[in-house]
Design a protein around this ligand. Structure first.
Ligand code: G1P
Length: 299
């Protein structure tokens, strides 16, 4: 049995320029998908997979994320006084227990590889999960992406990366992997390239932003030269680690919403709202009205 995955890194230092002006004062990770911030959906996924400690790699103007995962004494007292017991309990359930979160700063925007490296002391010598909060993995209440990766990892050990199929004209936006052509949930990875130039991708399998990595990645990240976009790329360090350690790709069966893009964010809101029994009936009726009024062109 490989070493258990107890800790997860969530890099939340990105500027969110694609969502300006909404993200001028509010971190992009705090934008709501229905009534939960994007980052909370990702924390939910991590906790459901058995993660015990979350390391947030933050940056300037991100302090509100730390506040969000703390208790709010005044709010709790007011809810108590107003008899809003259910809401109070839900807030309590969403708040991590004391000592189960850490926050460290990336200081400079040098790339994802650098952000992960900034968490090295807190992770120490353990395998860990990495979840990119922009990417929401929606499987309508099924197992959850990280849980299914942990399940695969318990059999394979090594390093595990979640992938999903993207169209040919989008492969240049992601890390792309090539895999051994064989059946099974976890397929050995043979190639990895970050944002390949058009027409050069080894496959259509994009890294979806969920990883299980061995701590040996940190030494490689420390010496990693900048790659695509002039940034220190995690994928480049993984490629080097793959020379001596095994990497497996697990295909995510649900829908991946890239909440760093406007369309992905809007679609996540629609999908999550339609999966909520308390919202779905009315929301569906309103959507129908919108389409039938011609305010939105339906196919
Ligand atoms: C990062 C990774 C990339 C991955 C993507 C998923 O890229 O470097 O391999 O496919 O996340 O969102 P970024 O979106 O930070 O450019």
């Amino acid at each position: 049995m490989p070493k258990p995955i107890r800790k997860a890194i969530l890099p939340v230092a990105g500027l969110g320029t694609r969502f300006l002006p909404a993200t001028k004062a509010v971190p992009k990770e705090m934008l709501p998908v229905v009534d939960r911030p994007v980052v909370q959906h990702v924390v939910d996924e991590a906790l459901a997979a058995g993660i015990e400690h979350i390391v947030f790699v933050t940056g300037r103007n991100k302090a509100v994320i730390e506040d969000h995962f703390d208790r709010q004494f005044e709010l709790e007292r007011t809810l108590q006084e107003r008899g809003k017991q259910k809401l109070l309990e839900e807030l309590g359930d969403d708040t991590p227990k004391p000592g189960t979160t850490s926050f460290t700063r990336q200081q400079l925007p040098l790339g994802l590889g650098h952000a992960v490296w900034c968490a090295r002391d807190i992770i120490a010598d353990e395998p860990f999960a990495l979840l990119l909060p922009d990417m929401l993995h929606f499987d309508n209440g099924s197992q959850g992406c990280l849980s299914s990766m942990v399940e695969a990892y318990e059999e394979t050990g090594g390093n595990v990366v979640s992938v999903y199929e993207v169209p040919d004209d989008q492969t240049n936006q992601y890390g792309i992997v090539g895999v051994e052509d064989r059946p099974g949930k976890a397929r050995p990875i043979t190639q990895m390239v970050e944002k390949p130039a058009r027409g050069t991708a080894p496959s259509n399998l994009a890294i979806s932003g969920r990883y299980i990595l061995q701590p040996s990645i940190f030494d490689l990240l420390e010496k990693q030269d900048p790659g695509a976009g002039g940034e220190i790329q995690l994928t480049d360090a993984m490629l080097r680690l793959n020379e001596r350690e095994r990497f497996f790709a697990v295909t995510f069966e649900g829908s991946v919403y890239d909440c760093g893009s406007k369309i992905g964010f809007l679609m996540a809101n629609v999908a999550y709202a339609l999966s909520r029994p308390d919202i779905e009936p009315e929301f569906r009726t309103e959507l129908r009205k919108l389409f039938s009024l011609g305010a939105v062109e339906a196919d």
